[in-house]
Design a protein around this ligand. Sequence first.
Ligand code: ADP
Ligand code: F6P
Length: 323
Amino acid sequence: MKQVKTIGVLTSGGDAPGMNAAIRSVVRTGIYYGFKVIGIKKGYNGLINGDVEEMSLRSVSDIIHRGGTILQTARCPEFKTEAGLKKAAAMAEVFGIDAIVVIGGDGSYRGARDLSKYGVNVIGIPGTIDNDIGCSEYTIGYDTALNTVQDAIDKIRDTAYSHERCSVLEVMGRHAGYIAINVGISGGAEVVLLPERTFDINKDVIKPIIEGRNRGKKHYVVIVAEGVGGAIEIAKAIEEKTGIEARATILGHIQRGGSPTVRDRVMASILGSRAVELIRDGAANRIVAVKDSKIVDYDIDEALDMKKTIDDKLIELSMILAL
Ligand code: ADP
Ligand code: F6P
């Protein structure tokens, strides 16, 4: 790898609160260490199209508290093709970008790994509200999303209590149930349905609700992860089979926006800074991650092979506490 003079930074995949704090950290740490920093707009699309802009200390002023990403983000199917990768690598050369900090999820890392084969140094930072990145126990935006969902559950509980109803709440997580299981516990849900587990409507939903009623419960919260889906149908089935009035709420993209929590701002700042330090120290093609609450980094291939799963103890705990 040649010596890096110019660092690019981009956000890719779904946006997540705290991405701006990470961009700010990459830009300011980069400039502090003497690098030129270039912002690449709309994920890999911006690299392919040359939609880039030199960042200054002031271009990242007043963004630490803002959700979304000032660089914007996108999904870029062209980047999955050899032609797209070649165009991107050629454009990196045009702008003298030697290394790129990619803020995104596993999909974005796959793209980064493919780009690295064309001689561009890539460093990944975990950014997704889903917390579904195999190599890292923490991802930027997850904490904010959890708190957004928690706020919604608390509001929904008020009305569920008043009407003695069952509220069925669908939360994000197309492939992963980290949001669902954690807000299930923090929100005191009776039932949590995860994409990682198959479920039976009678055994896993109707039975615990009726047993809860027999123990004196009068209102109920059911959390359904997006990957399970069918919140409206599940609410209908609950009403038909138990006689308890049920209402479904699909929280949707409200979970992706909003001002990042302190944790997301601080972690994004630390991760962004570490990515630049790795480049300064001559490292190439690595993912910055969190393991046992410490900042670590892995070779990108190794990171992409890593898997994580929801702890069975958490699922058991959510059921015990629903008694
Ligand atoms: P995330 O990074 O949040 O997992 P995606 O899976 O949507 O989000 O990936 C973001 C982008 O990364 C895709 O639109 C594409 O440009 C790129 N990407 C994803 N998977 C690959 C792949 N297998 N090869 C090359 N690029 C990929
Ligand atoms: O950011 C993660 C996530 O919210 C997933 O839970 C969801 O499946 C997906 O992104 C939806 O993203 P979009 O609506 O942008 O396609």
